[in-house]
Design a protein around this ligand. Structure first.
Ligand code: SAM
Length: 337
């Protein structure tokens, strides 16, 4: 039986994002800068990661509170071995209607068909530039766009629904906004622009480096006329637009300049089983510990109820209050995007 619950701001719990690994093959400067995440960086040992059994058990409990959508993320989720097995098991959970994956797509060529067959519905593919020289800089590993574009092709061939996500940071890749729009208008894939956010503590975030939704839309509209579209559902994070002369869509995720905390229905699980009620949280609730202490589903359910019904987070609305820095936020690679 499903028990719908609301937090202190009347927001239901709908989407669970699960980080399945904290490692990544990229070193994007705004997320896992190479200077911080170097060769000697202490990533989680494998036995610290939630096992597939543990993840599935938690998904079953969350589903009883009305969670319908699962997003697997990381780190780079395709670096977790046998991810398709996890997807197949989540697919079987009562109440779960949608399974999505956020990935940089480099390993997708080999895995797309298996993932689709296991029950994956959608992929969000991160790509911050269409020109190699810019992309090689942004990913911090000198990787060209070709492996990502091949990954997108593989996802399309496998029948997965695709969205392409581009983080825009001034001084890094704003030159790519219009070229990316042109490219994906042609392929027909939905492209979404994400405002550079102050997640974690290591990306040196500065408001001056945020290219606003308004600026992004103006730049594209000057060359390819856009019309706004209504949201698809309550809590959709991207504001949607369609080109006047085609059915291709773009979206902008304006979490900095137009915060959308009031409709945030997302809850996040780190790869080592800590629960976070906000992307900008400083504190997580240890569910792995409860699992390893053999606590019952009832105990975990009661704990989740207490956490969600007490939730007040609205960091992006209150951003100015935090005076730019709160110093001890969870890293994006840990909590998952
Ligand atoms: N490795 C996968 C990928 O590249 O998609 C999944 C994890 S990544 C942390 C998830 C998403 O978060 C990516 O689209 C990434 O660009 C975005 N992201 C990371 N740091 C960000 C930041 N500071 N501001 C905005 N988006 C960010």
């Amino acid at each position: 039986m499903t028990t719908y619950i609301l937090d202190q701001k009347d927001r239901p719990m709908r989407d669970l994002r699960i980080s399945v690994i904290d490692r990544c093959n990229f070193r994007c400067s705004y997320c896992m800068p190479a200077e911080v995440f170097g060769d000697d960086y202490a990533f989680m040992p494998e036995d610290q990661l939630l096992s597939f059994d543990e993840i599935v058990r938690l998904v079953e409990i969350f589903a009883r509170f009305g969670v319908e959508k699962i997003r697997l993320t990381g780190g780079e989720p395709l670096m977790r071995k046998n991810l398709h097995d996890l997807i197949a098991r989540i697919k079987e959970v009562d109440g779960i209607t949608d399974i999505a994956l956020t990935t940089n797509a480099v390993f997708l060529v080999r895995q797309a068909a298996n993932l689709k067959a296991a029950g994956l519905d959608r992929v969000n593919i991160s790509l911050d530039a269409i020109e190699d020289e810019v992309f090689q800089q942004t990913n911090g590993r000198g990787i060209k766009t070709k492996p990502v574009l091949k990954g997108i092709e593989a996802a399309r061939d496998a029948g997965l629904e695709i969205k392409v996500n581009m983080v825009v940071k001034r001084g890094m890749n704003e030159s790519q906004i219009v070229p990316m729009a042109r490219y994906f208008k042609e392929t027909g894939d939905t492209l979404r622009f994400i405002e550079f956010m102050d997640v974690g503590n290591h990306n040196g975030w500065n408001m001056d480096e945020v290219v606003s939704k308004k600026e992004i839309i103006e730049l594209i509209d000057a060359e390819m006329s856009l019309v706004p579209l209504a949201p698809n559902y309550f809590g959709e994070v991207a504001d949607r637009f369609r080109y006047k002369d085609s059915n291709a869509e773009i979206g902008v995720i304006s979490s900095v300049t137009e915060a959308f905390c009031s409709s945030c229905t997302r809850v996040r699980l780190s790869a080592d089983g800590k629960l976070f009620t906000c992307l900008f949280a400083t504190h997580g609730y240890d569910l792995k510990e409860m699992l390893s202490e053999n606590q019952s589903d009832q105990d975990i359910t009661a704990y989740l109820y207490e956490i969600w019904t007490g939730r007040k987070d609205q960091y992006s609305v209150d951003r100015a209050k935090y005076n730019k820095k709160r110093g001890d936020k969870i890293e994006m690679s840990y909590i998952g995007g």
